[in-house]
Write a protein that binds this ligand. Structure first.
Ligand SMILES: Nc1ncnc2c1ncn2[C@@H]1O[C@H](COP(=O)(O)OP(=O)(O)O)[C@@H](O)[C@H]1O
Ligand SMILES: [Mg+2]
Length: 338
């Protein structure tokens, strides 16, 4: 008799990679205040699915609940409601711990250890032999771009933020994890440092690792991620691939001047006309259309991709919610006054 299918297998469709992270209605309310009689809701009813090999970026302003979600997945914080599975097992499963890596937001390293000693300590926790440690640490230092000499000579308290982030990254990868959780891996780094961390993440992605990272640096996310989610005040407000959220990259907005509009109209959507200036979204081939403009006696002014940047999208989402909140507040006030 075949064994019953595990939850992990059940959620695996034939042509889709297996589910690595699955959360259902996760919520977290922290008790605060001197008497612990106040509550802060850091996460509300969060459901998401991440599949093997995905690079998933969780975006949100400070205080949105990103770290809270990560800590719940890592079993550091207990959810108030909801449930989650990691690599097909309930949270906190010790076999799963061997297969994940974690770079915390504020990695409190052991200040007086050298980078090398700290990595040896981490390797020891994973039970690597002395010889294996030597090999693995050398490999990881190479990957994160930290010179061996610096790792061996300097104590962590003498490291720059960029160097600490690299050691943190090496530490997170010690056990060659299948899933890597990175909390704000680029924050506090200069442009070169950010570029290098980005390269490391892309290298991990090429190796087929599943990467879940928190960030508020949108340009990095735009380059690295397959899928993103936006978290605001504990709530998921958008989730999907960049194409899902922003539209595909092959749509263009054209602005032109003059010409016989009637001849151009069939090529355009969302046309607006102001004096002899006109604008619209091109249907079909943009280059064919630019030729059509001169045939119709007009001139091209600008041709731009219609897709907003992630930053524009992000700001619009957050503003929309704030406007919604104001509307609700207004309704409350009206109710009270009535
Ligand atoms: N241990 C805690 N006790 C009380 N409140 C907390 C705790 N940790 C986080 N919070 C609150 O939860 C909210 C979300 O925090 P966090 O998950 O760190 O957000 P992010 O990582 O998106 O900046 C914030 O309002 C924060 O103050
Ligand atoms: Mg955080």
């Amino acid at each position: 008799m075949g064994a019953a299918l595990s939850q992990h297998e059940l959620t695996t469709l034939p042509d889709q990679p297996p589910v690595v992270v699955q959360t259902t209605g996760l919520s977290k309310a922290y008790r605060t205040g001197f008497w612990l009689n106040q509550q802060i809701t850091s996460l509300k009813d969060c459901s998401l699915t991440i599949r093997q090999g995905e690079t998933f970026g969780l975006l949100g302003p400070n205080g949105a609940g990103k770290t809270t979600l990560l800590k719940i997945l890592l079993g550091i914080v207990r959810p108030t409601a909801g449930s989650a599975m990691l690599l097909g097992h309930p949270l906190g499963d010790s076999a799963v711990k061997q297969r994940i890596g974690y770079l915390p937001e504020n990695a409190y390293f052991y200040d007086f250890l050298t980078g090398w000693e700290f990595l040896q300590y981490t390797a020891g926790l994973f039970g690597l032999s002395r010889a294996a440690q030597q090999r693995r640490i050398t490999e990881l230092l190479d990957l994160v771009g930290l010179p061996q000499a610096a790792a061996k000579k300097k104590q962590l308290r003498q490291y720059s933020k960029g160097m600490l982030q690299r050691v943190g990254m090496a530490q997170a990868l010690m056990n060659d994890p299948d899933v890597v959780f990175l909390d704000e891996p680029m924050s506090g780094l200069d442009p070169t440092g950010r570029f290098q961390v980005r390269e490391i993440i892309l290298a991990l992605k090429r190796e087929g690792k599943t990467i879940f990272f928190n960030s508020h640096i949108l340009s990095d996310v735009e380059v690295i991620c397959d899928r993103i989610a936006i978290l605001d005040q504990g709530e998921l407000v958008a989730i999907g691939s960049l194409d899902d959220l922003l539209g595909t990259a092959d749509q263009y907005v054209v602005k032109g001047r003059g010409g016989r509009i009637a001849e151009l109209e069939p090529w355009l959507d969302q046309i607006t006309v102001q004096g002899d200036l006109w604008q619209g979204h091109i249907k079909g081939d943009p280059y064919g259309f630019t030729q059509q403009i001169s045939l119709a006696g007009g001139h091209l002014v600008t041709l731009q991709q219609a897709r907003p940047t992630l930053e524009e999208f992000f700001i619009a989402q957050i503003r929309q919610r704030q406007a919604g909140d104001k509307l609700k507040e207004g309704e409350e006030i009206r109710k009270v006054r009535r």
